[in-house]
Design a protein around this ligand. Structure first.
Ligand SMILES: [Zn+2]
Ligand SMILES: [Zn+2]
Length: 266
């Protein structure tokens, strides 16, 4: 599940070092095994997602960098925006500005609380109470668009709008390192969700196809499960896209479709 050295194992968060300037901040005490990623540039650091909000992520980023941090939101689901309130600069894709400000649509707070509070295997801080848990809501500093390039100083990230799991989902590509951060568009072990009302299977497949055609990917970092997937997974994604289209199953209600290396649920 983890191919990288662990440099901090805190009560709640586990920090793995991917390279000198790249870290995964993981929440293995929760069934979702969520990862956020800290990417350090020369002038700024980018934090890709802020986790579940069970514990406070800034405690970890403070130990890893003194640079100003900009938060880049892969998508506005509770498990990826948990510590947004601890950071000053927050960016989200334009298609999910409304969810960040006004709340996630068509997902009940009861369901969110049930998912956040179940199957926890590490001690949680006293401040965490699943019965009163509320996903972060607030105004973003700025909006992201497809093709934007985020400059961290001697390190840049390209934004790809990859809707399907959610309408404003993004993937981020660190071209120089060949690191592709895929959020909930692509990860291994558990199915990629495209069965809620706000998901769009057709968009998801198109987004998978698009990232599978990127040149120069060395490693894939998803929002859940294994950190650092090999790029040959992208060949499997291309084949999966072909099969899903051929079988004519790209619509809600067709269930779980399994491929070598990953699964999708429509
Ligand atoms: Zn999600
Ligand atoms: Zn997620």
């Amino acid at each position: 599940m983890n191919n990288y050295p662990i440099v901090i194992d805190d009560a709640w968060f586990t920090v793995s070092q991917i390279d000198q300037e790249t870290f995964a901040i993981s929440e293995y005490g929760h069934w979702e095994k969520v990862h956020s990623y800290l990417l350090i540039g020369k002038n700024k650091a980018a934090l890709i997602d802020t986790g579940l909000g069970i514990d406070q992520m800034k405690r970890m980023t403070d130990q890893l960098t003194d640079l100003p941090i900009i938060v880049l939101t892969t998508h506005v689901h509770a498990d990826h925006i948990g510590s947004h309130g601890q950071f000053d600069e927050i960016y989200v894709h334009e298609a999910e500005e409304d969810w960040l400000v006004n709340g996630i649509q068509k997902l009940s707070i009861e369901q969110i609380r049930k998912d956040i509070g179940r199957d926890i295997t590490r001690p949680v801080p006293d401040t965490f109470d699943p019965s009163t848990y509320k996903p972060y809501q607030g105004q973003p500093t700025g909006l992201l668009h497809d093709g934007d390039v985020i400059d961290l100083g001697d390190r840049s990230l390209t934004v790809y709008h990859t809707p399907g799991h959610s309408p404003g989902h993004i993937a981020l590509f660190d071209v120089r390192r060949g690191f592709l951060f895929t959020g909930d568009l692509l990860y291994d072990e558990t199915p990629i969700y495209a069965f809620y009302p706000t998901t769009d299977p057709e968009d998801l497949v198109n987004s998978l196809e698009r990232i599978s055609q990127l040149a120069g990917v060395n490693k894939i970092f998803g929002g859940h499960n294994t950190i650092g997937l090999e790029p040959d997974l992208l060949e499997e994604v291309r084949e999966a896209v072909r099969q899903l289209r051929e079988r004519d199953v790209i619509r809600h209600g067709t269930g779980i479709h399994s491929f070598a290396g990953f699964r999708v649920q429509f």
